[in-house]
Design a protein around this ligand. Sequence first.
Ligand SMILES: [Zn+2]
Length: 153
Amino acid sequence: MDKRELTIDYFLFPNRFPAEYENLCRKAIEASACSYSVYSEFAVGAALLLENGEIVTGSNQENAAYPSGMCAERTALFYAGAAFPDIPVRALAIAACYKGLPRENFVPPCGACRQVMAETIKRYNQDFDVVMIGQKESVMLKASALLPFAFSF
Ligand SMILES: [Zn+2]
């Protein structure tokens, strides 16, 4: 038996955004205002920067039949995949508000969104940056770090 260890690198940005993604982070915050989150009051915005410079945004869209809703990250990723199928993703920024107030701490993506990010990496054979925005700090890491041993076949 061999014991192995996984480590991830991530970067903290206290009270600010990574400089290279400042505009993208602002777009993610703006996108949270388009959330349809009447049940949870948890509004999430996502902004994707594509390799052609295009920015695609998404927000969470809830439904009375809860599983029929969709997260902000997947809304943006699926739209980008449909509208720009040949363009890889360079970065994804995620912001969240609860009851109209920005979250103090950054909000990591759910497991389903991480799986879709893993598929996006596979689809374009290219990893991308993820920025999780909080009032206190933002965190940046590679999408591949969010889901080690992602399902694939
Ligand atoms: Zn999600």
